[in-house]
Write a protein that binds this ligand. Structure first.
Ligand SMILES: NC(=O)c1ccc[n+]([C@@H]2O[C@H](COP(=O)([O-])OP(=O)(O)OC[C@H]3O[C@@H](n4cnc5c(N)ncnc54)[C@H](OP(=O)(O)O)[C@@H]3O)[C@@H](O)[C@H]2O)c1
Length: 241
């Protein structure tokens, strides 16, 4: 039996935190390839600015916005409902929203801890849980988690961030095992970047020392998504040499 394929031009993506930084770069590259994208996060003005700029760049309305705090389950569920009611599919889910609260273990506060874990891990798990049934029903889907090198190595100043990004990889591995056992046409990728320069983003900009240019993350996404449907590409470690 042949595995279902879909050209980018027929795909709908959901990118959390798509208004800024890495999420914006991933949204732009998907839009250039013809994907329609819903970008979702808290700052709706920032989302609108980004959508307008990318839509102008590609000459089509391909980027849409939805205000959503990933720490709020009702908002997560209404984001998925909106997208499904409008397009009837979510083909690509990019779990990109995230933040760090720098505090060593002896200084860590419960508030800081909750903020990081609820944003980077619990919210991602809840959103993924809401999206997967639609991917199963449509027999097609790609989930891309933006973890970090802090999901691979411990750094003293961001223990809760490390815990959340390591946790994301464990969650992804469990989900990958579920979809493999179900023979579902769903792939799960984890991008684990080191430092990415989200300030010097022009095409000729030189990244800060120790950082990589944002465009490398965008190119890696397209490469990963373009692989054959039966190819599993596990954690992608990408950092400055
Ligand atoms: N830059 C790096 O060097 C680097 C390296 C490795 C991994 N990463 C990861 O890459 C991802 C993107 O980071 P970035 O560097 O591009 O920084 P960024 O521009 O600050 O992006 C973070 C995004 O997360 C969204 N966000 C934060 N809290 C949220 C919430 N409660 N609900 C919904 N969205 C929320 C923000 O949007 P709103 O404020 O509008 O909500 C923002 O668009 C993060 O997961 C980060 O951990 C970054």
């Amino acid at each position: 039996m042949s595995v279902k394929k879909k050209p980018f031009t027929e795909q709908i993506a959901l990118v959390t935190g798509g208004g800024s930084g890495i999420g914006r770069a991933l949204t732009e590259v998907l839009a250039i390839h013809g994907v329609q994208i819903v970008i979702a996060s808290r700052r709706t003005e920032k989302l609108s600015e980004t959508a307008a700029a990318i839509n102008e760049l590609v000459g089509w309305e391909r980027v849409f916005t939805y205000g959503c705090d990933i720490r709020n389950l009702a908002e997560i569920e209404s984001l998925v409902t909106y997208t499904i009611e409008r397009w009837n599919t979510i083909d690509i889910l990019i779990n990109n929203s995230g933040l760090a609260v720098p505090e060593t273990v002896d200084q860590i506060t419960d508030a800081g801890w909750d903020k990081v874990i609820e944003t980077n891990l619990r919210g991602v798990m809840q959103l993924t849980r809401a999206v997967v049934p639609h991917m199963l029903q449509n027999d097609f889907g790609d989930i891309v988690n933006i973890s970090s090198q802090a999901g691979k190595h411990g750094y003293a100043d961001v223990p809760s961030y490390c815990a959340s990004k390591f946790g994301l990889l464990g969650f992804a591995e469990a989900l990958r095992d579920q979809v493999r056992k179900a023979s579902a046409n769903i792939r799960i990728f984890n991008l684990c970047p080191g430092l990415v320069d989200v300030e010097n983003t022009g095409s000729n900009a030189v990244p800060k020392p120790g950082f990589i240019h944002l465009s490398n993350i965008a190119r890696t996404l397209v490469y990963a998504l373009s692989l054959d449907r039966n190819v599993v590409l596990e954690d992608i470690n990408i950092y400055a040499s």
